[in-house]
Design a protein around this ligand. Structure first.
Ligand code: GLY
Length: 573
């Protein structure tokens, strides 16, 4: 029997507990030890690879492929595992987008974005004077859209090879028997404790007496029971029966509006991916209701007119050009993008050469533009989301970005069912034309309508070179998602970087409003100085995004990288 090559670094200590039994969470002789495991930031694999936000999730995905599953199986199992081991963003109660390319060239786009409940209304977050109520779309029961993730997993299943019952088993074991948490998870559970207590009507597994610390074991029995109902009954094990009843009872205890009918009627949708060329590469990304694909298409199509390689990596000239393109793309986002089933999104025009040339016609090299002169508006989203990239031995590629919106979503755990609900309703414009609680402006395109899906920034993306699989990339980060993916692609294609450098080099971000350039602390000080001299307001901030990338080399190797900004980790064989 071939030896499993799922990587476990010897670098002990980061996720280690002592004197725990070791359950067989993968089975068939391929054990993953949830009490002793480590982060692996990059590796070269020959056949199959996963990069995700958590070592256990990546290891489960790789082991599932080792067992005969393909990249779609791995994407399902990795997401289910993230819902257990990475509760801040991995989820059953949120939504996401999956973008896949089968080895025969077939493209698959699955939209399982949350939707507004039937009882939602355009002004539901306004008080009687018409002022936005800043708390209601962000925390608690009313903040949640109808969860889409489970429908998305089952919509992915026809492309997978193994039965769902097998794919969910590692997540069940991890929820039931527990796993060791690290420093980051411990501290984030501690800092969210008060909200869990305030917004959940039953005490969830995330709340314990005293403080969490690295090395503690997190056991989630209710979540395990929910996963078992899905294992037994499929999607109806979540959207109907006991789980649906628990969700609706939770809603009723907290003045939420998601109903049994909302849950029963939710469906994932197939979307045609958005495709375009960039310097001889084929870029495939997600169409609306994500803004991500349109934004990166606008940005890259603008870049194609300029010799970035000649300008140099993160020189003032390159960065300024990228900022000015971002300013214009994000102004367009606020005005024109929303759920295409409810609003006519002018994608074709927005991506036409004539339109983009006109947008850049007032660009002045060496001089900062002014957002107020481009178009009024403001966008800002929460940044807790998560991404996974997968490639299998046959060359199937899958990119999934999934989210609860804010960290731990609405902070409401469904009593008896053990999973967090999203606060995705905040991605709608609470009041078109007026800043919502994040200071965001949105137009008619993204106003609340029952059944409509809120605008997203998630940008799962695939790149082909010579019509062959080349790159799988994506990231969390709210509105910084498209600019992170944009930089990752430019770093690989224009600056010839490997996957690890492409995602881990310092990043910057401009989103039209506020009219400032966010830069990571490690951003080059000389470039920063020169941008300031051109008139840019530069704001230093903590890490931007957590990008996971796999680059396929001509020799067939899968160059796999996980972002250094978190506990993100790779696995494969
Ligand atoms: N909630 C983050 C996004 O969908 O963009």
């Amino acid at each position: 029997m071939r030896k499993i090559a799922v990587l476990l670094l010897a670098m002990a200590g980061q996720f280690t507990a002592f004197s725990q039994p070791v359950p067989s969470i993968v089975g068939r002789g391929k054990q993953i030890d949830p009490y002793h495991y480590s982060v692996v930031k990059n590796a070269m694999f020959s056949k199959a690879a996963v990069s995700s936000a958590h070592p256990l999730a990546s290891m489960v995905g790789a082991a599932i492929m080792q067992e005969g599953g393909n990249a779609f199986d791995a994407a399902i199992a990795t997401q289910l595992t993230l819902a257990v081991v990475y509760p801040g963003a991995g989820n059953l109660g949120g939504g996401g987008f999956l973008l896949g390319r089968k080895s025969n060239g077939e493209l698959i786009g699955i939209d399982y974005r949350e939707a507004a409940p039937a009882k939602a209304s355009r002004d539901m977050y306004l008080d009687k004077n018409g002022n936005p109520q800043l708390n209601l779309s962000q925390t608690g029961h009313l903040a949640s859209g109808i969860p889409g993730t489970v429908a998305g997993l089952f919509a992915t299943l026809p492309y997978a090879k193994l039965p769902f019952a097998r794919l969910v088993q590692p997540a069940i074991d991890l929820a039931e028997k527990g796993f060791v948490i690290g420093e980051r998870e411990a501290s984030s559970l501690n800092s969210t404790r008060e909200s869990f207590v305030k917004y959940s009507t039953r005490t969830p597994a995330f709340v314990k007496e005293g403080k969490w610390k690295a090395g503690d074991t997190l056991i989630q029995k209710d979540l395990a029971a929910t996963l078992r109902r899905m294992q037994k009954d499929g999607a109806p094990g979540f959207y109907e029966g006991e789980t649906a009843k628990l969700i609706v009872e939770e809603m009723q205890r907290g003045n939420g509006i998601i109903s049994l009918d909302d849950l029963k009627n939710y469906t994932a949708k197939l979307r045609s991916p958005l495709e375009f060329d960039y310097r001889g590469h084929r870029i495939i990304s997600f169409a609306p209701p994500s803004s991500g694909g349109v934004i990166i298409a606008q940005l890259l199509k603008i870049m194609e007119k300029y010799p970035l390689k000649e300008y140099g990596f993160q020189t003032p000239k390159t960065v300024q050009l990228m900022i000015e393109a971002e300013r214009r793309a994000y102004a367009d986002r606020a005005e024109h993008l929303g759920d295409p089933d409810f609003y006519k999104v002018p994608v074709k025009t927005m991506l036409s050469d004539a339109y983009l040339a006109q947008r850049m016609s007032d660009y002045v090299p060496d001089k900062a533009g002014v957002s107020a002169a481009v178009k009024p508006g403001m966008i800002k989203e929460s940044e807790e989301t998560t991404h996974l990239s997968v490639v299998d031995a046959a060359g199937n590629m899958v990119a999934v970005t999934t989210t609860l919106n804010g960290g731990y979503g609405s902070r409401t755990v469904v009593g008896g069912a053990g999973f967090l609900l999203n606060n995705e309703m905040d991605d709608f414009s609470a009041k078109p034309g007026v800043p919502n609680m994040y200071g965001a402006l949105g137009g008619e395109a993204n106003a609340i309508v029952p059944g409509k899906r809120m605008l997203s920034s998630m940008t799962p993306t695939l790149v082909l070179k010579n019509n062959k699989p080349y790159l799988v990339i994506g990231t969390p980060g709210g509105t910084t998602i498209p600019t992170s993916v944009f930089q990752g692609i430019v770093n690989v294609i224009d600056f010839n970087m490997n996957a690890d450098d492409a995602i881990n080099k310092p990043k910057f971000h401009h989103q039209w409003q506020p009219d400032e350039v966010d830069v990571e602390k490690s951003f080059d000080p000389e470039t920063k100085k020169q941008l300031q001299a051109m008139g840019y307001k530069i704001v230093e901030r903590n890490g931007i995004g957590r990008t996971e990338a796999i680059r396929l080399l001509p020799n067939g190797k899968r160059e796999t990288a996980a972002d250094k900004r978190g506990d993100d980790s790779v696995a494969g064989f």
